[in-house]
Design a protein around this ligand. Sequence first.
Ligand code: C2E
Ligand code: MG
Ligand code: MG
Ligand code: MG
Length: 286
Amino acid sequence: KAKELAGNNYCFYTREMNNRTIENVQLENDLYKALEREEFEIYFQPQVDYKEMKLFGVEALLRWNHRKKGMISPEEFIPLAEETGLIIPIGEWMLKNACKQVKNWHDDGFGEFKVAVNLSALQFEQRNFVKVVQSILDETKLPPRLLGFELTENLIIKNKSLTYTTIQQLIALGITISIDDFGKGYSSLGYLKNFPIDTLKIDKSFIRDVEEDTDSSAILATIIHLGQNLKLNVIGEGVETMEEANFLLSKGCHYMQGYLFSPPLSIEEFEKSFLQKDKGLFKITK
Ligand code: C2E
Ligand code: MG
Ligand code: MG
Ligand code: MG
């Protein structure tokens, strides 16, 4: 049987896959060096209150500016960073610098807005994770109420009791927790009952084509109601059109994030478009 399988594997092991593997190994080597080479950058995507027409937060998104390949998507290198364990130092770098940046903006008088940082399961499962977070908050002096973590449903479901304990400890520090890509992953809703979650971020697949597709409109409206009934904040993710934004608003969801308002921006771009002192906090002008 094993031989049979091996035989099959051999058949599938084409030249193309071989190349891809070599490329992956190279990328992995480069990933090891990316931190010391200072190739990572943080982009910030505005989160807006569409009813008040203003910015209330930003999501910090990691970017790898590879010296030869240019920008590499997190969809490509985050899985690699998770496989190799590199997500631990990279995630720590990300958290520290995101906190530092938002604290700077805070100090410069741009008002208070929150920063949301994505977490991988491996980071969350570190024994000393809460201590690491605490020391980053101490060092950067960011008020914990301005920090949020985005976790996926899969992360929560993977090890419920560990996740529960860690979330409780983070909440005790004053940090808030969002469920990212809500609706896309594991379909069990049971954890919503017990976990001290602050926000649901509705996955962008439910936002898309909401006008034409009555099924996704129904699902979207139901998710918003679910969040409201559980007294959670709800953010619509990946909002690209006015139709999508207006639909969300009509169902009572006024927190949104998406290309309609802005793509993720470099620090310079974000400051230029959203943080001009004379303008105060961002106002939507559409
Ligand atoms: P995510 O946390 O769900 O982030 C939202 C993704 O949707 C971002 O992709 C963002 O650029 C994209 N997006 C925002 N608005 C729109 C829109 O209107 N339309 C469309 N089509 N897309 C939109 P990005 O930056 O490529 O990041 C992809 C994923 O990589 C993130 O999904 C997150 O899971 C992961 N990621 C990014 N940074 C980090 C990080 O620092 N740590 C970890 N663990 N994961 C990260
Ligand atoms: Mg996210
Ligand atoms: Mg998401
Ligand atoms: Mg995601």
